[in-house]
Design a protein around this ligand. Structure first.
Ligand SMILES: *Cc1c(COP(=O)(O)O)cnc(C)c1O
Length: 391
């Protein structure tokens, strides 16, 4: 007697359950209007407050031109994985530039941040290792930790007392390696880690430090180069190109030896086709452009503080955010969804972030600002929030 349900019954049940809980997610298309913070969604023009294209580079002529140039010269696909025939001169040159700009011995390209995080961890730790990961780390880091088969313990968000306790506890066992995993700007809350303290702990407990700089790159730090760059003690400094770089892909900045290890053992690096020339061109151009964009970043910071202070004045709780990611703490899942829908009726697009992405009862409306948002765009959003309050 089998307890297996027939055919595809499980799919129907799973979807039904999600529907009943109001958690059935569906894709929604919206096309960008280049050079603005606007999109066309279902025939309506909306202001986009949920894009990670923080500097608006994805439609920048400088990136487009080099992307087209590289495509014309090298083709639209790279034809093979990096270890076979997919390493072109442009891949190597970009890795050299990345290593120079980020002041590390070496850099290695990955096809996405998700692929980097799930591909690197299984290469550097194993079933005899311990991973200590911040509770609020991005899902890709957690997936990588699980894939690595190491013992995984999650420390309370940015709580280094707790991390230290776990590190002290680890002395009771014979782990071959310990890896501390963190993010510089946390992707949901917009708050930061403390790399000063983390590098001390890493040294004190002879551990590896893995820090994902996805949301800081391009936006924060000297010349917009993120927060990891100032801490050479970080063993694996991860950056992504899908956010402020306006392109796609990711990289690890590390030692030359670490790079060689990854080339030899990281499944997410080895078993995939190399990034296409057009993408390499866009990244290459963004890498040149980003350090020169201090004025744009200043503009973005001004808009961030304006939006934050006005929202706080209206009585909204923004948590610990200290970046272009601004969570409006709502709490109840249904209310977050209602707020998101209300804002959309007012021409503003921002997504509600609900469990399981955040804990039960801690739903947020996540706003992101980009350099394309004008003061009047932000005023339109603020006016929508005002109306929500006064309904
Ligand atoms: C966005 C993000 C990723 C995933 O990067 P992709 O290139 O979009 O796959 C990984 N880590 C963090 C912290 C992120 O915010």
């Amino acid at each position: 007697m089998t307890h297996r349900s027939s055919d595809n019954e499980f799919i129907r049940l799973e979807l039904q359950e999600r529907e009943a809980k109001g958690r059935l997610r569906e894709l929604q298309s919206a096309d960008p209007i280049p050079g603005t913070a606007k999109v066309i969604k279902s025939g309506r023009t909306l202001l986009n407050f949920c894009s990670n294209d923080y500097l608006g580079l994805s439609t920048h002529p400088f990136l487009l031109e080099r992307s087209i140039d590289f495509s014309r010269r090298f083709g639209t696909g790279s034809g093979a994985s990096r270890l076979v025939s997919g390493t072109y001169s442009i891949h190597e040159e970009l890795e050299e530039k990345l290593a120079n700009v980020f002041k590390r011995e070496a850099a290695l390209l990955f096809n996405s941040g998700f692929q980097a995080n799930t591909g690197i961890l299984p290469a550097v730790v194993n079933r005899n290792s311990l991973i200590l990961i911040d509770k609020k780390c991005h899902n890709s880091l957690l997936q990588g930790a699980i894939l690595s088969r190491a013992t995984v313990q999650r420390y309370r968000h940015n709580d280094y007392e707790h991390l230290k306790e776990l590190l002290e506890d680890s002395n009771k066992k014979t782990y071959n390696r310990i890896c501390i995993i963190t993010e510089t700007i946390f992707s949901m809350d917009g708050d930061r880690n403390d790399l000063e303290q983390l590098t001390h702990l890493k040294k004190e407990f002879n551990s590896l430090l893995y820090s994902d700089d996805a949301h800081a790159l391009g936006v924060i730090g000297e010349r917009g180069l993120g927060l990891n760059v100032a801490y050479p003690a970080i063993d694996l400094s991860i950056g992504t190109f899908g956010k402020s770089f306006g392109a796609f892909g990711a990289f690890a900045a590390c030692s030359q030896q670490m790079k060689s290890l990854l080339i030899n053992t990281s499944p997410g690096f080895i078993y995939t086709t190399a990034l296409p020339p057009g993408v390499i061109g866009a990244i290459d151009a963004a890498l040149e452009l980003i350090p020169t964009l201090n004025d744009l970043r200043e503009k973005l910071y001004t808009q961030i503080s304006y939006l934050k202070s006005e929202l706080i004045a209206l009585g909204f709780d923004l948590g610990e955010s200290n970046a272009q990611i601004i969570p409006v703490l709502v709490g109840e899942e249904k209310r977050a969804l209602e707020l998101s829908r209300f804002l959309e009726t007012q021409g503003c697009w921002a997504t509600a972030i609900r469990p399981p992405t955040v804990e039960q009862g801690k739903s947020i409306l996540r706003l992101t600002l980009t350099a394309h948002h004008s003061r009047s765009n932000i005023d339109q959003l603020l006016s929508a929030f005002k109306q929500w309050k006064n309904r």
